[in-house]
Every structure is written in C-alpha cells, then in structure tokens.
Design a protein around this ligand. Sequence first.
Ligand code: UD1
Length: 429
Amino acid sequence: MHCQFSGPEAGSNQQLAKRARISVIARWHEYPTNKKRKKRTIRKKRDDASLGKKNGEGIMDMQRKKIHILNIVGARPNFMKIAPIHRLMQASDRFVATLVHTGQHYDEKMSQIFFHDLNLPEPDIYLGCGSGSHAQQTGAIMIALERILLERKPQLVLVVGDVNSTLAASLVASKLQVPIAHVEAGLRSFDRTMPEEINRLVTDSLADFLFVTEESGRRNLLHEGIDPDKIHFVGNVMIDSLMSHLKRAQQSTVLDDLGLNHQPYALLTLHRPSNVDDQRNFDQILLALEQIALRVPIIFPIHPRSRKMLTQFQFDHRIAKAKNLRLIEPLGYLDFLKLMNHASLVLTDSGGIQEETTVLGIPCLTLRRNTERPVTVEIGTNVLVGMDTDRIVEESFKILDGHSRQGQVPPLWDGQAAQRIVAILAQRL
Ligand code: UD1
C-alpha cells in the first residue's frame, strides 16, 4: 500500500515508508515548495519552543500550559468538520494544533479545493496514503501515523466523522495511550454492512472525549455502556462551517455557469458502495432519475467511485440519453453550498448533506433504508426513501408539486459547536 510523506518530517518518514515497504503514489500539490518549507520550519521551531523542546524554565512553564493536539483529516467530509475547530485552536494560546492529512482523498476536487474554500491552512503533515481495500488503506494510514505520534508526542488526537482515516487514527492513538477526542460521536445506523458503522463503533469505544451532535448520539453511547462523563452534547461542527461560509457561497457563480438561474432543479449526490457498487440498486435509482429528469434538470456532481461503477455497469449510454441528468465534476465547498441552497430538491446518500439540507430548509430525499442522523428525519426536512424506483419518483414529485415538509433546526446546531468543543478540551486537558 502506498504512502508518501511530505511536510517537515518528509526525510525521516520516507525512511519509514521504505522500511514499511510502502511505495509512493500521491503528492499534496507541489507541497512543500521552498517558500512554504521555510515558513513551515519557522512555524515548527516556534511550536517546538512552545512545547518546551528547548531547555529553560520559562519554556517548561509554557509546556505545562500548551496543549499539543493532532487534528486528523483524510476524506472530503472531514474537511468542513475540522475547519472551525482547527481555526479556533490556532487562534488560542492554550493549544498547539498540528493538522495531519492522511491523503485518503487526494484528487484536487476531493481535497485541495476544500482547503481553499474553507480557508484551512495546508496540512502540516501529509501522509499521501491514497486508495486501496479497507485493510490496505486503514493499515497504511496506521503505519504512517504511528511514526508521527511517536515523534510528536501529542497530548490528544482529535478525529472527526466516520471514515477509514478516523478509525486508523483512533487505533494508533489508543495503542500508544494517547487520549482521543471523537467529534460526531454516537451516530448509529445499526447497519453493520456500512463500513462507516464499523468505524463509528470502534472509534467511540476507544475515545476519551465523545462530542455528540444530536440526542440520539448520547442515547446510543449510554446504551453501549460508555461513561456519561466522557459524553458531551455540543452541536454540529459541520453546521458551524455552513453558517460561516453561506455568505461567501452566495457569491459563487455556479448557477450562472450551469445555466440554472431562476429555474427549478434537483441536486443529486450518490457514492455509497451499497448504492453504486450494487448493479441492481444503481439500476433502480437510475430508473427513478430518468423519470424525475423529465420534469426538472438533475445536477449530479459525480464521485470518482460512482463514475467508475457507471462505466463498469455500462450505464453511460443511459446517462447520455437522459439529457436533463447532468453529470458534472465534483464541486468545491462553496459552489456545492450555493447549489444546495437554491435546489428545489436534494437527492442523496451522503450523511452530512442530510444535516445541511435540514438547516437550509431544503427538502431532502435520502436514498438509503436507514440513517445514523435520525434527528433530520424526526424534525428536519429529510425523508428516507430507500432505493425503490416508484417511491423515489413519488416522493420527488410530491416535493416538486409543492408538498414538502417544513423542518426545524435541531438543538445546538447554531454555529457554536467548535467553541464548545475547544472550551471543554481547554478545561479538561
Ligand atoms: C469515503 C468514506 C465515506 C465518505 C466518502 C465521501 C470510508 C470507509 N468511506 O468513501 O464515508 O462518505 O469518503 O466521499 O472512509 N477516489 C479517487 N480520488 C480520490 C478519492 C477516491 O479517485 O481523491 C476513488 C478511488 O477509486 C477509490 C474510491 O474513489 O478507490 C473510493 O475512495 P475511498 O476513500 O476508499 O472511499 P469513498 O467512497 O470516497
């Protein structure tokens, strides 16, 4: 499996990669250039000093005060969750926050564009682990991260969401007895065929701080026997990002670019293995989309996994025929937010989009049989429709005919979740 390290530790990590027989596939775009490397070295020296790596009592005093945290990201839905937390930690004199990108997602449109749109600094450490089977990907990330943790000796590893990078980082930290904070803990679909459910279960069983977004999260964790002292209901960091970027997103020209101004349209995302790797389910969904596209254009920013499977199942000709089903490249955060905010209807199998549409008040049909985010169905705008063609069409037409549910914003989804998380960590560590 492949990992390429860059960042200040590039030299030593490449030696590790060699020892671990990890080969090289990906690069954080042109990173680090000499200028960036210089800036980074200065920052590293500053961080080292603040961590008491030099002798001297004043610095040792600072060491006691500063909390060194590794913030881990890897895949697209992680970036908007880490952004508000990392920003607050950087602004605070209580933390030294190091941003580590595992490289699980590596395409410009799946990764770098989000750093730009979210004003996130480039990662301090990029592991370049890339794609592979679950075991290959998780194992490669674990091997690479273990070295980073041994070198950096953080006081906490903070992970977000439920992707393989979240799981890998939690396993490594826990074996090295580094405390773990899990943001978005406790969500359960109760469907163990979903890789994310396994990631969530393992991560939560290892975490020391469990930050939950909705009441069901707390309930699930208590039911699993997690110590209530570890559970903190803080709200939703994804909504922090949404709220702080909505104004900028309004300036996006994506509607004009797609010729959609003042026209109703549906927005679609689809990438779950259960939908796109399963030919029958993909076919059922496509049949529904073909019918909906007779009424409104459907904009489909397509995930690399889904594009690959469309071709493998020889569905390309159907897409070409359904003129109103418009496949486009994956979009950046701001363009996607604008498209979502103006859509008549969103069809999705993503987790986060169920939450974002609920806050925006946009009708959402989730192409799954279950959701780990029940509050979006109970009080939000989300309806679970599964993969049945007739049901998807019927519910879509209801919405297009003006019969959509009016949702409410769930408790504590107020843009302040990262503040609460950082305050709890500052107090408890
Ligand atoms: C991952 C997460 C999923 C999340 C999704 C968001 C896991 C188990 N799954 O799924 O929870 O909803 O990200 O996108 O962690 N690929 C590229 N370029 C990239 C990344 C991936 O071409 O930058 C292709 C590769 O063929 C790869 C496939 O997409 O094999 C799947 O990528 P992977 O990271 O394994 O999972 P996702 O389906 O993206």
